[in-house]
Ligand binder design. Structure first.
Ligand SMILES: [Zn+2]
Length: 141
């Protein structure tokens, strides 16, 4: 990957669909930012470098979604979770069914890893495919 200082949402998803990698930004003071913003989420520095993140973290919060949308064609209900990545930033994604259905213990605090899955989305511009962030159990840690 070419060393870059900016990361657009399109590039973030393009890399995800091509390689499955979760990209983020790192400032000169070592703070990580994800999903991509124009400046560091902590110190607001604009001196940033695009880096690959581990894609691993811990569920810090979640909510259950009951209403299906045509832009987001998932079977309901599903759980939308906020995961604090090992590098620090928090990202939003969908909890995998294996966490939805078999988990008998609390979800908050569970270690997960990011897995991009492509969903078909329908909008006024027609059908598009875009990778979405899912969280699956991290059994390696
Ligand atoms: Zn910073």
């Amino acid at each position: 990957m070419v060393e870059k200082e900016r990361l657009t949402a399109e590039e973030f998803y393009e890399e995800a669909s091509r390689t499955g990698k979760l990209l983020g930004l790192k400032c000169e003071r070592g703070h990580y930012t994800a999903p991509p913003l124009r400046s560091c989420r902590i110190c607001r520095s604009r001196t940033l470098k695009v880096v690959e993140l581990s894609g691993r973290g811990v569920v810090s919060s979640f909510t259950e979604v009951f209403v299906k949308s045509k832009e987001f064609p998932l079977e309901t209900p599903y759980k939308l979770a906020l995961v604090k990545l090992d590098e620090g930033p928090s990202i939003l994604g969908i909890l995998d069914d294996s966490l939805n259905k078999t988990l008998t213990e609390p979800i908050i605090g569970v270690r997960v890893r990011v897995e991009f899955r492509t969903l078909r989305e329908y909008s006024k511009n027609g059908e598009t495919k875009r990778p979405r962030i899912f969280f699956t159990p991290d059994r390696t840690s």
